[in-house]
Structure formats: structure tokens, C-alpha cells
Ligand binder design. Structure first.
Ligand code: AMP
Ligand code: MG
Length: 480
């Protein structure tokens, strides 16, 4: 059976200066690692059965009918420094599929070879980042957090040179779109107002059909990003490389490079090996998002007839991010604590817990999960230094006496807001190390466990546990 993708490639119909037409570079010996069948079904793909044929397809050696492969161009601020020319340097988009409810998804091969935007890079990816993206993006989807998805992973049978000779791999990424803050910046920096207008129209039609003009788009993106960052923070997720080229207009999480979930809570936690100054630390994420959105606002200014009035309005909009984020974050915290009624001191109570967790070295996921149980005092065992927890628990239980929702209902709601399982960094690393040695068992086991993160399951207790001192992995490396 040949592959059938229901393609309708709207980005390829935009002006030629939006991209370069670029087929993926075939690889030597493609081998299938994983195919996400539920996602393939959701996308309405008809796929061949044989692993070899699937491997050739997801390696880019065979193209599905109707693919119009291209590399997108964009710009961006990386760690605050401006790059006027970036783009898909190791990714090729095959096209867009439209599913039965009308939603549209990009299908992109990441690690597919060089493009005009590769600069000094080889256009390839090694197995580690491919598996990390596969595991973590699918974990985020299962947690209900907006994200790009992973449709497939293949080995290329080629070696890529990184810290050493590493096995090459390709991940097939699925996204509502790959339009980034940096895509707008690219055309704004060139003074290409026609392209900017075309990009605006395309983005509004695709993601926010009710938005009116640049101001409407800006408002919608600010809202989507406020929700997204609050959702990240609610599960202890640290993106690690929130450059403007890694922030989508759709509000999906994108670019799983040096990302990780925290084990022990600390607001200054950083995993990325290249983030020396903690620019993208856990608690900095809302400020960075606001900064990125201010860059988007600046990029939209050329589309406004009255520039001075627009500067004022857009400055207000960008400054409004902080309040909108706080509202979302506070809602996340209230859900995590199971507070259905609202009292003035609720957020202070939540922050007090977080402070005690930081001081007491408490595992973020296990602390909150224990609070959902019949024995919330067990949360103390998630603390390295538990003494600070008991007084807080007393205050919390006093607060709960004023809740009107029955305790059984509260417990169910809290379990849906506090996962039992996250993609713990040491488990992700363990799966990668095993795969490099040819054993994909831990990778597959971790993936299938992460598909159901809100249920306590004794058979995966080892994946739920916090790392021991010796197991802890505190650094991750960029996806390159
Ligand atoms: P990232 O930090 O992963 O968002 O990547 C930043 C930029 O570097 C993007 O334009 C990528 O396409 C490009 N890039 C990263 N790795 C490679 C690579 N191995 N070959 C070519 N380009 C790359
Ligand atoms: Mg990127």
C-alpha cells in the first residue's frame, strides 16, 4: 500500500520569498524506531504496513504524493542577540494535511539534511535529541498542553559528528503551523510590508479566524502564550531555549532542545548547558515570553496606519501579558490545590508552599500528587528537608474546611491537575543511552507510560519516583 497524505499546502502558495523549495536529502539505511499510530489515524494518513517502507517514508527517501517539500525562512533573537537570517537549517516541511474537522497540520522532517539556511550545520540530528523530542512532546500532549507532536522517528544509518560519532536520526514533527515570532521579525526587519501583510492574513486565517488585524492577532497570541507558559509552569516544565524563533504564533510548545521537567522544585532551575546566565530559568519564563511578544508587537507595527497610536496600543498590549499570565498561573495553582472557591489569600498560600518546596528540596510532581490523596501528609516524603511542610499542611487543611465541593470530587479534579508521571530527565537520558546501545525497550516503555500520566500505576512506580542523588541529571544539551 502506498502512503496517502491528505495534503493541502497553503504555505507553499505564499510568495516564494517565504521559503526555499528543498527536498529532504535521502539517507543511507533508514530504519523505523517508532510510528505514532494514533496520531497517524487522527491525521487521516494512509500508511504502508511494512517497517522498511515506513522507514523510507519518514526518512525522506520516498515522498508521499502531493508533498511539496520546503524549508521555511525566519529570523530571531537568540539569547537576546539578533540574527537577521535563520530558517529551517535541518528541517524540511513536506506539506500540510487537513483533517475531517478542518484543522490543518504541518508535517515536517527534522534532521532531513542541509538547506540554504543550514549555515555551518550539517542539516542532521542525532538520535538523542530526536528521542528527547519524541518522548517529551508526546508527554506534553498527554498532559493536555498545547504542543507540536511526534509522528515518527527513524534511524538514518549514518553517523553525525557531535561530541563524538553519534547515530543519525530523523523525527517527524506535526504542528498546527511552524509560524514563529521570528517569521514576522524576518519580514519586518527587511521592511517587506507586503510579505508581512500576507503572513498576517495567513496566520489569522489559520489560527485565529476571529482576530481582526494586527492588534487582534497580537491580542490572541498574547492570550495563547499566557495560557501556555502557565501550563508549562504547572507541570514544572522548563523549555530551555525560548528564543523568538522558538515561539509559535499558534501557542503550541515548539523546539524541544535542552528542555526538561524539574524534579526538585527551584524557581531558578536551568537545564540547558548553554544557558549560562539562567536567562531561560523556570521562573523567568513569563518575563521572557513577554519580551518575545514585545518583539512580535514591534514586527507588526509597519502594518499599522497610525504608527504613534499603534506604538502606544501595542505597548499596552505587551505590558498586559504579565496580568494575563498571572490570571492563568493563579488558575493553574488553584486547580493544583483543588480550590473551587476563591479567597484572597489562596495565591499566597500556594506561593508559600512553593517557597517551602524550594527551601526543602521538594519533588514538584510528587508533592502535588500526594496532596490529591487521602494521606496528604505523605507529601512530606517528597521533601529532602520535610520540617517546613507540616505547618503549611495545617494551613491548607484549614482552608479546605471552607470548600463547599465534596472531598471525593475535589480529589478527582486534583488528580486531573496533578500528574502522577512526568518525563523525568534521568529516565529520558536512560532511554537515550539504551537506544544508542541498540536497546529501544526503555524508550518504548517510557513512551507508553507517559501516554497516561494522570493515573497511579504500580507497574511504573520506578518511572514515577524522583531520581536518587546518583541518578539525577541536571544538564541537557542543545538539540543540534
Ligand atoms: P534551535 O536552537 O534548535 O532552535 O536552532 C537554531 C537555528 O540553527 C535554526 O535555524 C536551525 O535550523 C539551525 N540548526 C540547528 N542545528 C542545525 C544543524 N545540525 N544543521 C543545520 N542547521 C541547524
Ligand atoms: Mg528552533
Amino acid at each position: 500500500m502506498t502512503a496517502v497524505f491528505p495534503f493541502d499546502n497553503s504555505y507553499a502558495r505564499l510568495p516564494e520569498r517565504f521559503f526555499t523549495r528543498q527536498p529532504p536529502a535521502p539517507v543511507r539505511a533508514p530504519k523505523l524506531i517508532a510510528l505514532n499510530r494514533p496520531l497517524a489515524d487522527h491525521l487521516g494518513l494512509t500508511l504502508p504496513e511494512e517497517d522498511d517502507t515506513l522507514a523510507r517514508l519518514f526518512a525522506g527517501n520516498d515522498l508521499p504524493n502531493g508533498a511539496e517539500p520546503l524549508a521555511q525562512v525566519y529570523a530571531g533573537h537568540q539569547f537576546g542577540g539578533w540574527s537577521a537570517q535563520l530558517g529551517d537549517g535541518r528541517a524540511v516541511m513536506l506539506g500540510e494535511v487537513v483533517i475531517s474537522d478542518g484543522s490543518r497540520f504541518d508535517i515536517q522532517l527534522k534532521g532531513a539534511g542541509q538547506t540554504p539556511y543550514s549555515r555551518m550545520g550539517d542539516g542532521r540530528a542525532w538520535l538523542g535529541p530526536v528521542l528527547r523530542e519524541y518522548i517529551v512532546s508526546e508527554a506534553m500532549a498527554a498532559l493536555g498542553i498545547p504542543t507540536t507532536r511526534a509522528l515518527a522517528a527513524v534511524e538514518t544509518g549514518e553517523i553525525v559528528l557531535r561530541e563524538g560519532r553519534m547515530p543519525g536520526a530523523i523525527v517527524t514533527r506535526v504542528a498546527a503551523s511552524h509560524i514563529r515570532v521570528g517569521t514576522f521579525q524576518f519580514f519586518a526587519a527587511r521592511g517587506d510590508t507586503d510579505a508581512l501583510q500576507a503572513l498576517l492574513d495567513h496566520t489569522i486565517a489559520r489560527h485565529f479566524p476571529d482576530a481582526e488585524g494586527p492588534a487582534g492577532l497580537l491580542d490572541a497570541v498574547i492570550g495563547a502564550q499566557a495560557r501556555l507558559i502557565a501550563a508549562w509552569m504547572g507541570v514544572g516544565f522548563i523549555h530551555g531555549v525560548m528564543n523568538t524563533d522558538n515561539m509559535t504564533l499558534s501557542g503550541e510548545t515548539i523546539d524541544y532542545g535542552p528542555c526538561a521537567f524539574m524534579d526538585a522544585y527551584h524557581p531558578e532551575m536551568v537545564f540547558s548547558s548553554i544557558d549560562q546566565f539562567g536567562r531561560y530559568a523556570y521562573a523567568n519564563q513569563p518575563q521572557i515570553a513577554a519580551w518575545n511578544l514585545a518583539q512580535l508587537a514591534t514586527s507588526l507595527l509597519p502594518l499599522m496606519p497610525d504608527r504613534d497610536a499603534a506604538i502606544e496600543a501595542f505597548t499596552d498590549a505587551a505590558n498586559g501579558f504579565a496580568g494575563r499570565f498571572d490570571a492563568e498561573w493563579h488558575a493553574v495553582l488553584r486547580a493544583k490545590l483543588g480550590l473551587a472557591t476563591a479567597e484572597d489569600d489562596d495565591i499566597a498560600l500556594a506561593f508559600d508552599l512553593l517557597n517551602r518546596m524550594a527551601q526543602g528540596g521538594a519533588d514538584f510532581t510528587r508533592t502535588f500528587r500526594a496532596l490529591c490523596s487521602d494521606t496528604p501528609q505523605d507529601a512530606a516524603s517528597a521533601f529532602a528537608a520535610p520540617a517546613a511542610f507540616a505547618p503549611w499542611l495545617e494551613a491548607y487543611q484549614t482552608r479546605l474546611t471552607r470548600e463547599t465541593r465534596p472531598a471525593t470530587e475535589r480529589a478527582i479534579a486534583m488528580q486531573a491537575a496533578n500528574p502522577a508521571l512526568i518525563a523525568r530527565n534521568h529516565r529520558v537520558e536512560e532511554a537515550i543511552q539504551a537506544a544508542v546501545g541498540g536497546d529501544y525497550t526503555p524508550f518504548h516503555r517510557l513512551n507508553s507510560a507517559l501516554a497516561d500520566p494522570f493515573t497511579d500505576r504500580p507497574d511504573i512506580a520506578d518511572l514515577q519516583q524522583a531520581p536518587t542523588e546518583g541518578e539525577r541529571v541536571t544538564q541537557t544539551f542543545c538539540g543540534t
